[in-house]
Design a protein around this ligand. Sequence first.
Ligand code: SF4
Length: 451
Amino acid sequence: METENNNKNILEARKSSIVIKDSCSGAKGGICCDSNSVSGSVSQRACVYCGARVVLNPITDAYHIVHGPIGCSSYTWDIRGSLTSGEDIYRNSFSTDLQETDIIFGGINKLEAAVDELMEKEENVKLIFIYATCIVGVIGDDVEALCKIKSNQYGIPVIPVKSPGFSGNKSTGYRMACDAIMNVLLPYKSEQKKKAINILGDFNLAGEMWIIKNYLKEIGIDVISGFTGDTCYEDMIEAPKAALNIVQCAGSSTYLANRMEEEFGIPFIKVSFFGIEDTTSSLIRVAEALEDEEARAKAVEFCSRKQAELKEFLDRYRKNLEGKKAAIYVGGGFKAISLIRQFKAMGIETVVVGTQTGKKEDYEIIESLVEPETIILDDANPAELETFMREKGAHILVGGVKERPLAYKLGIAFCDHNHERKFPLAGFEGVYHFTMEINRSINSPVWDYAG
Ligand code: SF4
């Protein structure tokens, strides 16, 4: 009886996070988002610490010490991949591996020993992040104080990342990571500005940062630093000199952009380099934001050329894809928006769309782009995704590592648009990869034998 009541309460609480476009059912007066997950409902979101790790891990020459039980350290480079053109220290994992006695008597001595051991054994350590996980939040180890002591002792930034899983949701982790980045940057505040930009919110999962940088180079715009895809300490500390920040993953990095605007006076614009339409408009808007007429003209010319090159390819694939239906469940709102546009260009209708950390304004754009009766949902759980994908007859799900088994169990195609992807999906190159992957997956004969 109690379970039944709990289920009813969960369904009631979740109602406000589900919208059915132009329908009398679903949430009224806009979707409820950007809030903690409903207790009892197993959300697709990861924990605070994981959010922090996603943002900071791609700093290629940083040492990441996870202060907690070894299980928290399972978020390693191996499952949250990103590519490097230089150092690869970030591919290692360091943990204090807290045991029962540490929980009883405190784990700070173990953490101190871990930092000292690292400094003794490793050469040329420039930057250390120390993640405080759940149990550390409970036993109250003073990680901040230890970081200060070790920073002074070794003369390098040792930065605490306050990320106990219970301190909020994945977005809290993003903010903690952004605060940690700001702690690295603040000593390098500079009044001197260069006509160059920083790219925020791209993690170079499969080489996207390189594609974006190449495009910007093509139109004559210099990039100082990227947060945090393929970035290193020396590049990071130059970032306060930028004239503009561009934000690719709004969910994780708008907070960082706001803080950099407050502290360093760097304005920012949100961009997306997924799909033809968004890549083109983003390049033009970057040039406009810098008031660089020459770069704008180059962007228009470059994008027109790339679009023309893609036309024949897209026409060829369109006949295979037209009339199919897609479900999208991704981290941030901007990615979902780009995906809806990309699917539209392929002749595919988006019938279910949701995000883990989308904001109200993202959902307003999403609602304006999709067809009536489309299901829009925030912070979904597997049961909801399954129900709506079945109900709407989705042929493919685009998501991340946690959504893949769900799609396969339902016998529908899947495309990884997150940390497990092996081909870059950004820019015009990304359109080739994405279209071919969607075609291969959606039209695979295997689905005739599944489900
Ligand atoms: S919820 Fe807590 S214990 Fe679990 S992985 Fe996150 S930080 Fe570690």
